[in-house]
Write a protein that binds this ligand. Structure first.
Ligand code: HEC
Ligand code: HEC
Ligand code: HEC
Ligand code: HEC
Length: 293
Protein backbone atom coordinates (compact mmCIF):
# COMPACT_ATOMS: atom_id res chain seq x y z
CA UNK A 1 0.00 0.00 0.00
CA UNK A 2 2.69 2.33 1.13
CA UNK A 3 4.80 1.25 -1.74
CA UNK A 4 1.86 1.76 -4.02
CA UNK A 5 1.31 5.29 -2.65
CA UNK A 6 4.94 6.11 -2.91
CA UNK A 7 4.96 4.78 -6.41
CA UNK A 8 1.85 6.77 -7.28
CA UNK A 9 3.37 9.97 -5.89
CA UNK A 10 6.62 9.10 -7.55
CA UNK A 11 4.89 8.45 -10.86
CA UNK A 12 2.91 11.69 -10.50
CA UNK A 13 6.10 13.55 -9.80
CA UNK A 14 7.78 11.99 -12.79
CA UNK A 15 4.75 12.72 -14.99
CA UNK A 16 4.66 16.24 -13.63
CA UNK A 17 8.30 16.68 -14.42
CA UNK A 18 7.91 15.24 -17.88
CA UNK A 19 5.01 17.59 -18.61
CA UNK A 20 6.86 20.50 -17.05
CA UNK A 21 9.99 19.64 -19.03
CA UNK A 22 7.98 19.37 -22.22
CA UNK A 23 6.36 22.71 -21.53
CA UNK A 24 9.73 24.20 -20.73
CA UNK A 25 11.28 22.71 -23.84
CA UNK A 26 8.42 24.04 -25.96
CA UNK A 27 8.70 27.41 -24.31
CA UNK A 28 12.45 27.44 -24.89
CA UNK A 29 12.03 26.43 -28.53
CA UNK A 30 9.33 29.08 -29.08
CA UNK A 31 11.32 31.73 -27.25
CA UNK A 32 14.43 30.69 -29.19
CA UNK A 33 12.59 30.86 -32.51
CA UNK A 34 11.06 34.22 -31.62
CA UNK A 35 14.51 35.48 -30.67
CA UNK A 36 16.07 34.16 -33.86
CA UNK A 37 13.30 35.67 -35.95
CA UNK A 38 13.53 39.02 -34.19
CA UNK A 39 17.29 38.99 -34.69
CA UNK A 40 17.19 38.06 -38.37
CA UNK A 41 14.44 40.60 -39.05
CA UNK A 42 16.32 43.46 -37.47
CA UNK A 43 19.58 42.34 -39.09
CA UNK A 44 17.97 42.46 -42.54
CA UNK A 45 16.10 45.68 -41.83
CA UNK A 46 19.36 47.39 -40.98
CA UNK A 47 20.66 47.68 -44.55
CA UNK A 48 17.43 47.10 -46.49
CA UNK A 49 15.87 50.47 -47.28
CA UNK A 50 18.90 52.38 -45.97
CA UNK A 51 21.23 54.76 -47.83
CA UNK A 52 23.44 51.73 -48.55
CA UNK A 53 20.57 49.95 -50.24
CA UNK A 54 21.33 51.02 -53.82
CA UNK A 55 18.50 48.97 -55.32
CA UNK A 56 15.54 50.76 -56.95
CA UNK A 57 13.64 50.58 -53.64
CA UNK A 58 16.55 51.73 -51.45
CA UNK A 59 17.00 55.10 -49.77
CA UNK A 60 20.01 56.41 -51.67
CA UNK A 61 19.70 59.37 -54.01
CA UNK A 62 21.55 57.46 -56.71
CA UNK A 63 19.04 54.57 -56.91
CA UNK A 64 18.01 53.87 -60.48
CA UNK A 65 14.86 51.99 -61.60
CA UNK A 66 16.77 49.73 -64.02
CA UNK A 67 19.43 48.65 -61.51
CA UNK A 68 19.58 45.18 -59.97
CA UNK A 69 17.59 44.57 -56.79
CA UNK A 70 20.47 42.68 -55.16
CA UNK A 71 21.67 44.74 -52.20
CA UNK A 72 25.07 43.22 -51.34
CA UNK A 73 26.48 43.10 -54.87
CA UNK A 74 27.24 46.82 -54.93
CA UNK A 75 29.94 46.08 -52.32
CA UNK A 76 30.48 42.31 -52.08
CA UNK A 77 30.70 39.44 -54.57
CA UNK A 78 30.82 35.74 -53.64
CA UNK A 79 33.46 35.09 -56.33
CA UNK A 80 36.34 36.86 -58.06
CA UNK A 81 36.52 39.60 -55.41
CA UNK A 82 39.28 42.20 -55.12
CA UNK A 83 42.47 40.77 -53.63
CA UNK A 84 43.75 44.24 -52.74
CA UNK A 85 40.93 45.30 -50.42
CA UNK A 86 41.01 44.94 -46.64
CA UNK A 87 37.23 44.41 -46.71
CA UNK A 88 35.74 40.94 -47.24
CA UNK A 89 34.85 39.80 -50.78
CA UNK A 90 35.13 43.38 -52.03
CA UNK A 91 33.46 44.07 -55.38
CA UNK A 92 34.90 47.53 -56.19
CA UNK A 93 38.24 48.60 -57.59
CA UNK A 94 40.26 50.56 -55.04
CA UNK A 95 41.66 54.03 -55.59
CA UNK A 96 45.41 54.71 -55.43
CA UNK A 97 46.24 55.63 -51.79
CA UNK A 98 48.75 58.18 -53.09
CA UNK A 99 45.89 60.17 -54.56
CA UNK A 100 44.68 61.32 -51.12
CA UNK A 101 45.90 64.22 -49.04
CA UNK A 102 45.74 63.14 -45.38
CA UNK A 103 44.99 64.99 -42.16
CA UNK A 104 48.59 65.55 -41.11
CA UNK A 105 49.10 67.75 -44.13
CA UNK A 106 46.51 70.09 -42.62
CA UNK A 107 46.81 72.70 -39.95
CA UNK A 108 46.81 70.77 -36.67
CA UNK A 109 49.64 71.66 -34.33
CA UNK A 110 48.52 69.16 -31.69
CA UNK A 111 48.22 65.79 -33.44
CA UNK A 112 50.78 63.33 -32.11
CA UNK A 113 49.79 59.98 -33.63
CA UNK A 114 51.37 58.70 -36.85
CA UNK A 115 49.10 59.13 -39.88
CA UNK A 116 49.41 56.29 -42.40
CA UNK A 117 48.57 56.37 -46.09
CA UNK A 118 44.86 55.77 -46.72
CA UNK A 119 44.29 52.02 -46.43
CA UNK A 120 42.46 49.29 -44.52
CA UNK A 121 38.66 49.43 -44.64
CA UNK A 122 38.78 53.20 -45.30
CA UNK A 123 40.04 52.64 -48.82
CA UNK A 124 37.05 50.36 -49.41
CA UNK A 125 34.61 53.05 -48.20
CA UNK A 126 36.35 55.59 -50.37
CA UNK A 127 35.93 53.37 -53.44
CA UNK A 128 32.48 55.04 -53.49
CA UNK A 129 32.78 58.00 -51.15
CA UNK A 130 35.66 59.74 -52.93
CA UNK A 131 33.18 60.41 -55.72
CA UNK A 132 35.39 58.97 -58.43
CA UNK A 133 33.49 55.81 -59.37
CA UNK A 134 29.97 55.21 -60.61
CA UNK A 135 27.88 53.21 -58.15
CA UNK A 136 26.96 50.61 -60.75
CA UNK A 137 30.49 49.70 -61.76
CA UNK A 138 31.63 46.55 -59.96
CA UNK A 139 34.18 43.78 -60.44
CA UNK A 140 31.65 40.96 -60.75
CA UNK A 141 28.07 41.72 -61.73
CA UNK A 142 25.30 39.36 -60.55
CA UNK A 143 24.04 36.54 -62.75
CA UNK A 144 25.47 33.45 -64.38
CA UNK A 145 28.71 33.16 -66.29
CA UNK A 146 31.88 35.06 -65.63
CA UNK A 147 31.15 37.73 -68.22
CA UNK A 148 30.83 40.30 -65.48
CA UNK A 149 34.34 39.84 -64.13
CA UNK A 150 36.36 42.81 -65.20
CA UNK A 151 33.89 45.57 -64.56
CA UNK A 152 30.55 45.04 -66.26
CA UNK A 153 27.93 47.42 -64.91
CA UNK A 154 24.87 46.48 -62.88
CA UNK A 155 22.46 48.27 -65.17
CA UNK A 156 21.91 46.29 -68.33
CA UNK A 157 23.02 48.45 -71.20
CA UNK A 158 24.96 51.41 -69.96
CA UNK A 159 27.79 51.79 -67.48
CA UNK A 160 27.73 54.63 -65.01
CA UNK A 161 23.99 55.22 -65.25
CA UNK A 162 23.84 55.66 -61.48
CA UNK A 163 26.63 58.21 -61.28
CA UNK A 164 28.77 58.92 -58.24
CA UNK A 165 27.90 60.31 -54.82
CA UNK A 166 28.68 63.51 -52.93
CA UNK A 167 32.34 63.14 -52.21
CA UNK A 168 34.23 62.96 -48.92
CA UNK A 169 37.26 64.93 -49.99
CA UNK A 170 35.54 67.24 -52.46
CA UNK A 171 36.26 64.91 -55.36
CA UNK A 172 39.96 65.75 -55.21
CA UNK A 173 40.99 63.29 -52.49
CA UNK A 174 41.42 66.09 -49.95
CA UNK A 175 40.97 64.45 -46.54
CA UNK A 176 42.73 67.21 -44.61
CA UNK A 177 39.41 68.57 -43.39
CA UNK A 178 38.00 65.20 -42.29
CA UNK A 179 38.53 63.41 -38.97
CA UNK A 180 41.92 61.66 -39.32
CA UNK A 181 41.84 58.07 -40.60
CA UNK A 182 44.76 55.66 -40.73
CA UNK A 183 45.64 57.38 -37.47
CA UNK A 184 47.54 55.60 -34.71
CA UNK A 185 45.30 55.20 -31.63
CA UNK A 186 46.41 57.08 -28.50
CA UNK A 187 49.77 57.97 -30.04
CA UNK A 188 50.80 54.33 -30.27
CA UNK A 189 49.82 53.12 -26.77
CA UNK A 190 49.04 49.65 -28.14
CA UNK A 191 51.82 49.32 -30.68
CA UNK A 192 54.12 46.32 -30.24
CA UNK A 193 56.93 44.67 -32.19
CA UNK A 194 55.38 41.23 -31.73
CA UNK A 195 51.64 40.70 -31.97
CA UNK A 196 49.75 40.09 -28.71
CA UNK A 197 49.21 36.44 -27.74
CA UNK A 198 46.14 36.96 -25.54
CA UNK A 199 43.59 39.45 -24.29
CA UNK A 200 44.50 42.66 -22.47
CA UNK A 201 44.20 46.42 -22.32
CA UNK A 202 46.56 49.07 -23.65
CA UNK A 203 47.98 51.52 -21.15
CA UNK A 204 46.72 54.53 -23.10
CA UNK A 205 46.96 56.87 -20.14
CA UNK A 206 50.70 56.35 -19.93
CA UNK A 207 51.22 57.43 -23.54
CA UNK A 208 48.37 59.85 -24.20
CA UNK A 209 46.00 60.69 -21.32
CA UNK A 210 43.57 62.24 -23.82
CA UNK A 211 42.33 58.78 -24.87
CA UNK A 212 40.24 55.97 -23.37
CA UNK A 213 42.04 52.68 -22.84
CA UNK A 214 41.73 50.29 -25.80
CA UNK A 215 41.25 46.52 -25.51
CA UNK A 216 42.96 43.84 -27.50
CA UNK A 217 42.49 40.12 -28.03
CA UNK A 218 43.59 37.42 -30.43
CA UNK A 219 40.60 36.52 -32.60
CA UNK A 220 41.04 33.69 -35.09
CA UNK A 221 44.80 33.99 -34.82
CA UNK A 222 44.93 37.73 -35.53
CA UNK A 223 45.30 40.73 -33.21
CA UNK A 224 42.04 42.67 -32.77
CA UNK A 225 41.68 46.05 -31.04
CA UNK A 226 38.68 48.11 -29.98
CA UNK A 227 37.45 50.70 -27.47
CA UNK A 228 34.49 49.56 -25.37
CA UNK A 229 31.47 51.82 -25.72
CA UNK A 230 28.68 52.16 -23.16
CA UNK A 231 26.43 50.14 -25.52
CA UNK A 232 26.50 46.34 -25.75
CA UNK A 233 26.89 43.63 -23.17
CA UNK A 234 30.38 42.76 -22.08
CA UNK A 235 33.99 43.65 -22.60
CA UNK A 236 34.27 41.47 -25.73
CA UNK A 237 34.59 43.10 -29.15
CA UNK A 238 31.10 43.98 -30.37
CA UNK A 239 29.77 45.91 -33.36
CA UNK A 240 28.63 48.69 -31.01
CA UNK A 241 32.19 49.20 -29.78
CA UNK A 242 34.59 51.53 -31.59
CA UNK A 243 36.48 49.05 -33.77
CA UNK A 244 40.18 49.77 -34.29
CA UNK A 245 41.94 48.24 -37.28
CA UNK A 246 45.31 46.50 -37.14
CA UNK A 247 48.01 48.20 -39.24
CA UNK A 248 51.80 48.59 -39.38
CA UNK A 249 53.50 51.68 -37.96
CA UNK A 250 57.04 53.05 -37.76
CA UNK A 251 57.88 51.84 -41.24
CA UNK A 252 56.69 48.31 -40.51
CA UNK A 253 58.60 47.84 -37.22
CA UNK A 254 55.48 47.99 -35.06
CA UNK A 255 51.94 46.65 -35.30
CA UNK A 256 48.99 48.33 -33.65
CA UNK A 257 45.49 49.76 -33.93
CA UNK A 258 44.39 52.65 -36.12
CA UNK A 259 41.15 54.60 -36.45
CA UNK A 260 39.41 54.06 -39.81
CA UNK A 261 36.00 54.91 -41.29
CA UNK A 262 34.71 51.64 -39.80
CA UNK A 263 35.72 52.72 -36.27
CA UNK A 264 32.77 55.11 -36.07
CA UNK A 265 30.56 53.66 -38.84
CA UNK A 266 29.07 50.22 -39.48
CA UNK A 267 28.12 50.14 -43.19
CA UNK A 268 25.19 47.78 -42.54
CA UNK A 269 23.48 49.65 -39.72
CA UNK A 270 21.04 51.99 -41.45
CA UNK A 271 18.25 53.91 -39.73
CA UNK A 272 18.33 56.69 -37.15
CA UNK A 273 18.92 60.38 -37.83
CA UNK A 274 22.36 59.72 -39.25
CA UNK A 275 22.79 56.23 -40.60
CA UNK A 276 25.67 53.86 -40.15
CA UNK A 277 26.93 55.11 -36.78
CA UNK A 278 28.14 52.26 -34.53
CA UNK A 279 26.32 53.93 -31.65
CA UNK A 280 24.09 57.01 -31.52
CA UNK A 281 26.08 60.23 -31.36
CA UNK A 282 23.64 61.74 -28.83
CA UNK A 283 25.64 63.73 -26.30
CA UNK A 284 28.61 63.09 -28.65
CA UNK A 285 28.79 59.52 -27.37
CA UNK A 286 30.76 58.39 -30.43
CA UNK A 287 33.46 61.02 -29.81
CA UNK A 288 33.55 60.56 -26.04
CA UNK A 289 34.09 56.81 -26.31
CA UNK A 290 37.64 57.48 -27.53
CA UNK A 291 38.41 61.07 -26.52
CA UNK A 292 38.62 61.76 -22.77
CA UNK A 293 37.22 65.28 -22.77
C1 HEC B 1 27.83 49.97 -49.08
C2 HEC B 1 28.71 48.85 -49.04
C3 HEC B 1 28.23 47.58 -48.40
C4 HEC B 1 27.07 46.89 -48.66
C5 HEC B 1 25.95 47.27 -49.60
C6 HEC B 1 27.14 45.67 -47.89
N1 HEC B 1 28.32 45.64 -47.18
FE1 HEC B 1 28.97 44.13 -46.03
N2 HEC B 1 30.68 45.14 -45.59
C7 HEC B 1 31.00 46.37 -46.13
C8 HEC B 1 32.30 46.77 -45.60
C9 HEC B 1 33.03 48.05 -45.91
C10 HEC B 1 32.72 45.74 -44.74
C11 HEC B 1 34.01 45.68 -43.91
C12 HEC B 1 33.69 46.23 -42.55
C13 HEC B 1 34.89 46.27 -41.62
O1 HEC B 1 35.99 45.84 -41.99
O2 HEC B 1 34.71 46.75 -40.49
C14 HEC B 1 31.68 44.73 -44.76
C15 HEC B 1 31.72 43.55 -44.03
C16 HEC B 1 30.79 42.54 -44.12
C17 HEC B 1 30.84 41.32 -43.38
C18 HEC B 1 31.90 40.91 -42.35
C19 HEC B 1 31.85 41.80 -41.13
C20 HEC B 1 30.48 41.95 -40.55
O3 HEC B 1 30.06 43.11 -40.36
O4 HEC B 1 29.79 40.95 -40.29
C21 HEC B 1 29.76 40.58 -43.76
C22 HEC B 1 29.38 39.19 -43.28
C23 HEC B 1 29.02 41.36 -44.73
N3 HEC B 1 29.67 42.55 -44.92
C24 HEC B 1 27.87 40.96 -45.35
C25 HEC B 1 27.05 41.76 -46.14
C26 HEC B 1 25.80 41.33 -46.73
C27 HEC B 1 25.19 39.95 -46.56
C28 HEC B 1 25.31 42.39 -47.44
C29 HEC B 1 24.01 42.49 -48.20
C30 HEC B 1 22.79 42.22 -47.43
C31 HEC B 1 26.28 43.47 -47.30
N4 HEC B 1 27.31 43.05 -46.50
C32 HEC B 1 26.16 44.70 -47.91
C33 HEC B 1 30.24 47.11 -47.00
C34 HEC B 1 29.01 46.77 -47.47
C1 HEC C 1 37.77 55.38 -32.53
C2 HEC C 1 38.30 56.42 -31.70
C3 HEC C 1 37.91 57.84 -32.00
C4 HEC C 1 36.63 58.34 -32.12
C5 HEC C 1 35.34 57.59 -31.98
C6 HEC C 1 36.78 59.75 -32.37
N1 HEC C 1 38.09 60.08 -32.44
FE1 HEC C 1 38.83 61.94 -32.80
N2 HEC C 1 40.69 61.17 -32.89
C7 HEC C 1 41.05 59.89 -32.58
C8 HEC C 1 42.49 59.76 -32.70
C9 HEC C 1 43.30 58.51 -32.41
C10 HEC C 1 42.97 61.02 -33.12
C11 HEC C 1 44.43 61.42 -33.36
C12 HEC C 1 44.88 62.24 -32.17
C13 HEC C 1 46.38 62.42 -32.11
O1 HEC C 1 47.12 61.53 -32.53
O2 HEC C 1 46.80 63.48 -31.61
C14 HEC C 1 41.81 61.88 -33.23
C15 HEC C 1 41.87 63.21 -33.60
C16 HEC C 1 40.85 64.11 -33.46
C17 HEC C 1 40.99 65.53 -33.61
C18 HEC C 1 42.26 66.25 -34.02
C19 HEC C 1 43.18 66.40 -32.86
C20 HEC C 1 44.44 67.15 -33.22
O3 HEC C 1 45.25 67.30 -32.29
O4 HEC C 1 44.65 67.55 -34.35
C21 HEC C 1 39.77 66.07 -33.32
C22 HEC C 1 39.42 67.54 -33.29
C23 HEC C 1 38.87 64.97 -33.04
N3 HEC C 1 39.55 63.79 -33.12
C24 HEC C 1 37.53 65.09 -32.75
C25 HEC C 1 36.65 64.03 -32.71
C26 HEC C 1 35.20 64.17 -32.71
C27 HEC C 1 34.45 65.47 -32.72
C28 HEC C 1 34.69 62.91 -32.68
C29 HEC C 1 33.24 62.49 -32.74
C30 HEC C 1 32.51 62.91 -33.95
C31 HEC C 1 35.82 61.98 -32.64
N4 HEC C 1 36.98 62.70 -32.67
C32 HEC C 1 35.70 60.61 -32.55
C33 HEC C 1 40.19 58.87 -32.21
C34 HEC C 1 38.82 58.95 -32.21
C1 HEC D 1 28.88 50.96 -53.18
C2 HEC D 1 29.23 52.31 -52.82
C3 HEC D 1 29.43 52.64 -51.35
C4 HEC D 1 30.38 52.14 -50.49
C5 HEC D 1 31.45 51.12 -50.79
C6 HEC D 1 30.18 52.80 -49.23
N1 HEC D 1 29.14 53.69 -49.33
FE1 HEC D 1 28.43 54.91 -47.87
N2 HEC D 1 26.99 55.61 -49.13
C7 HEC D 1 26.83 55.23 -50.44
C8 HEC D 1 25.67 55.90 -51.01
C9 HEC D 1 25.16 55.76 -52.42
C10 HEC D 1 25.14 56.71 -49.96
C11 HEC D 1 23.91 57.61 -50.06
C12 HEC D 1 24.31 58.90 -50.69
C13 HEC D 1 23.11 59.76 -50.99
O1 HEC D 1 21.98 59.28 -50.99
O2 HEC D 1 23.34 60.96 -51.23
C14 HEC D 1 26.00 56.49 -48.80
C15 HEC D 1 25.81 57.13 -47.60
C16 HEC D 1 26.64 56.98 -46.50
C17 HEC D 1 26.50 57.69 -45.25
C18 HEC D 1 25.46 58.74 -44.92
C19 HEC D 1 24.20 58.12 -44.35
C20 HEC D 1 23.15 59.13 -43.99
O3 HEC D 1 22.34 58.82 -43.10
O4 HEC D 1 23.10 60.22 -44.58
C21 HEC D 1 27.52 57.25 -44.43
C22 HEC D 1 27.75 57.69 -43.02
C23 HEC D 1 28.29 56.29 -45.18
N3 HEC D 1 27.73 56.13 -46.43
C24 HEC D 1 29.42 55.67 -44.70
C25 HEC D 1 30.14 54.69 -45.36
C26 HEC D 1 31.26 53.97 -44.80
C27 HEC D 1 31.84 54.24 -43.45
C28 HEC D 1 31.66 53.07 -45.73
C29 HEC D 1 32.72 52.01 -45.58
C30 HEC D 1 32.63 51.19 -44.36
C31 HEC D 1 30.82 53.25 -46.90
N4 HEC D 1 29.89 54.23 -46.63
C32 HEC D 1 30.94 52.55 -48.10
C33 HEC D 1 27.61 54.34 -51.14
C34 HEC D 1 28.66 53.61 -50.61
C1 HEC E 1 35.86 59.62 -35.73
C2 HEC E 1 34.62 59.12 -36.20
C3 HEC E 1 34.39 59.09 -37.69
C4 HEC E 1 35.25 58.62 -38.65
C5 HEC E 1 36.62 58.01 -38.46
C6 HEC E 1 34.55 58.77 -39.91
N1 HEC E 1 33.31 59.34 -39.70
FE1 HEC E 1 31.89 59.71 -41.10
N2 HEC E 1 30.73 60.59 -39.72
C7 HEC E 1 30.98 60.60 -38.36
C8 HEC E 1 29.86 61.24 -37.68
C9 HEC E 1 29.74 61.45 -36.19
C10 HEC E 1 28.95 61.61 -38.69
C11 HEC E 1 27.58 62.27 -38.44
C12 HEC E 1 27.32 63.51 -39.19
C13 HEC E 1 28.20 64.65 -38.87
O1 HEC E 1 28.38 64.95 -37.68
O2 HEC E 1 28.71 65.27 -39.83
C14 HEC E 1 29.51 61.20 -39.96
C15 HEC E 1 28.93 61.39 -41.20
C16 HEC E 1 29.37 60.83 -42.38
C17 HEC E 1 28.70 60.96 -43.68
C18 HEC E 1 27.42 61.73 -43.96
C19 HEC E 1 27.75 63.14 -44.42
C20 HEC E 1 28.04 64.08 -43.30
O3 HEC E 1 29.18 64.59 -43.20
O4 HEC E 1 27.14 64.33 -42.50
C21 HEC E 1 29.43 60.23 -44.58
C22 HEC E 1 29.14 60.04 -46.04
C23 HEC E 1 30.56 59.67 -43.85
N3 HEC E 1 30.48 60.06 -42.53
C24 HEC E 1 31.52 58.86 -44.42
C25 HEC E 1 32.73 58.55 -43.81
C26 HEC E 1 33.85 57.94 -44.49
C27 HEC E 1 33.86 57.51 -45.93
C28 HEC E 1 34.86 57.84 -43.58
C29 HEC E 1 36.28 57.39 -43.81
C30 HEC E 1 36.99 58.09 -44.88
C31 HEC E 1 34.35 58.36 -42.32
N4 HEC E 1 33.06 58.79 -42.50
C32 HEC E 1 35.07 58.40 -41.13
C33 HEC E 1 32.08 60.09 -37.73
C34 HEC E 1 33.19 59.55 -38.36
Amino acid sequence: MNNCLINKTFINQILGRVIMNRLLTRFTIIAGLAGALAFSTSATAAITGSEHDLTPTGNSQVSNPTATNEICVYCHTPHAASTAAAAPLWNKTLADPAGFDTYDNGNSSTIDGEVLAVGSVSLACLSCHDGSQAMDVVINAPGSGLAGVGGTDLNTGSTGLMGGIAAIGGGTGDLTNDHPIGIEYAAGACNTATAPTGAGTCAATAVDPDFATANFDVINGAAAYWVNSTAGAGTNREKVDMILYTRSFSGGALTGPSVECGSCHDPHEGGGTVSFMRISNEQSNVCLTCHTK
